[in-house]
Design a protein around this ligand. Structure first.
Ligand code: SAM
Length: 279
C-alpha cells in the first residue's frame, strides 16, 4: 500500500476505536490541507530527516512523508501503535519510537546527521521540550512547532511587547524565531480552548556556549522574576558572590534604572558575559 491508499484520518481513528485523550494533550489536525501547509513551512524534503513529536493519528506525519523526507516519530500514547504501524507499512521512510519525547535521545536518533524537528506539540510539554532543544547538547537543524498562541508570542515577541520574557530571550539568543502561521482553535479535533500558532526557529550559527546560556538563564530568571523592578534591584538576587545589582548593570554598559522588559536580547547576553567575567 502507498500513502495514497491509506484511509482518511477520521476513518483510521474510527477503525482503531481511538479518541482524543486530554491527559496526553491530544488535539488532532485532521485536515490534510493544514498539515501540508505546516510541512511546507518546515521547508523539508527529499534527503532530509525529520523528528516529529506526537504523531497521534498521523496527519502531520503523512504530510511530512509526502515531501520525500525521512521521518522518525516519537509517540507516548501506546494506543496509536497499530494505526501508525499501518502508515509505516505504507511508507518505509517512517520510523516509529514509542515513549516520552522529554526523555528521547535526539542525538542518537539523528545518528550524527542534521535533523529537523516538526511537531504539533502537546500543550502540557511544549515549553519544556522547546527548552530542551534550545539548551541541550543536541542542536536541531530547524524547529517548526505548533504552540498555543500565547506561548508562540512569548517565543517571538521582542522588548517592549506584551509577551516578551525569559523564553523569548532564550529562543532569540539561540535562534532566529518567527511566527509563521496562525491556527484557530476550530482547526483541531477536538478544538482546544485557545488559538494556536506555528513558530519556526532556525538555530544561529553563533549559538552561545552552554556556560553562556546557563549564565543567560540565571540573569533573565532574576530580571524577569521581578519584572516591575529596575535592573539594579532585580539583579541583586543573582546566585554566588560575583557581580550583582547596580555594579553588574554598569559593567554591562546598561542603564541601572531600566526594567527587564525593555532590554534587548543582546543586552541580556552582555549582562550574562559581565556576570561570568565578574565571578
Ligand atoms: N500530530 C498529531 C496531529 O497534529 O494531529 C497529534 C498532535 S496532539 C496536539 C499531541 C500528540 O503528542 C498526541 O498524539 C500525544 O499523544 C503526543 N504526546 C503527548 N505527550 C507526549 C510526550 N511526552 N512524548 C511524545 N508524545 C507525546
Amino acid at each position: 500500500m502507498s500513502l495514497d491508499g491509506l484511509p482518511t484520518l477520521r476513518a483510521a481513528l474510527e477503525a482503531h476505536g481511538l479518541w482524543a485523550k486530554k491527559s496526553f494533550g491530544q488535539h488532532f489536525l485532521l485536515d490534510l490541507n493544514v498539515t501540508r501547509k505546516i510541512a511546507r513551512l518546515a521547508q523539508v524534503g527529499d534527503g532530509d530527516h525529520v523528528i516529529e513529536v506526537g504523531p497521534g493519528p498521523g496527519g502531520l506525519t503523512r504530510a511530512l512523508l509526502e515531501t520525500g523526507a525521512r521521518v522518525t516519530s516519537i509517540e507516548k500514547d501506546q494506543r496509536f501503535q497499530p494505526l501508525l504501524g499501518e502508515v509505516a507499512q505504507a511508507c518505509d521512510r517512517l520510523a516509529l519510537v514509542f515513549g516520552d519525547a522529554l526523555a528521547a535521545d535526539e542525538a542518537a536518533i539523528a545518528a550524527g546527521a542534521p535533523a529537523h524537528v516538526v511537531s504539533n506539540l502537546p500543550y502540557n510539554v511544549g515549553t519544556p521540550l522547546l527548552i530542551k532543544w534550545l539548551t541541550g547538547p543536541w542542536t536541531p537543524a530547524s524547529l517548526t512547532l505548533m504552540f498555543q498562541r500565547e506561548v508562540a508570542d512569548r517565543i517571538t515577541e521582542g522588548p517592549g511587547e506584551r509577551a516578551y520574557g525569559r523564553l523569548g530571550v532564550l529562543a532569540q539568543a539561540t535562534c532566529r524565531a518567527e511566527r509563521v502561521l496562525d491556527a484557530p482553535a476550530r482547526a483541531f479535533t477536538p478544538p482546544p480552548k485557545v488559538d494556536s500558532a506555528v513558530v519556526r526557529l532556525e538555530p544561529r550559527p553563533d549559538r552561545p556556549s552552554p556556560e553562556r546560556l546557563d549564565a543567560l538563564q540565571r540573569v533573565t530568571a532574576a530580571a524577569f522574576g521581578q519584572r516591575r523592578k529596575m535592573l539594579r534591584a532585580s539583579l541583586k538576587s543573582l546566585p554566588g558572590d560575583g557581580l550583582a545589582g547596580e555594579d553588574l548593570v554598569r559593567a554591562a554598559g546598561l542603564d541601572p534604572q531600566a526594567r527587564a522588559e525593555v532590554i534587548p536580547v543582546d543586552g541580556f547576553l552582555t549582562l550574562a558575559d559581565a556576570w561570568l567575567a565578574g565571578r
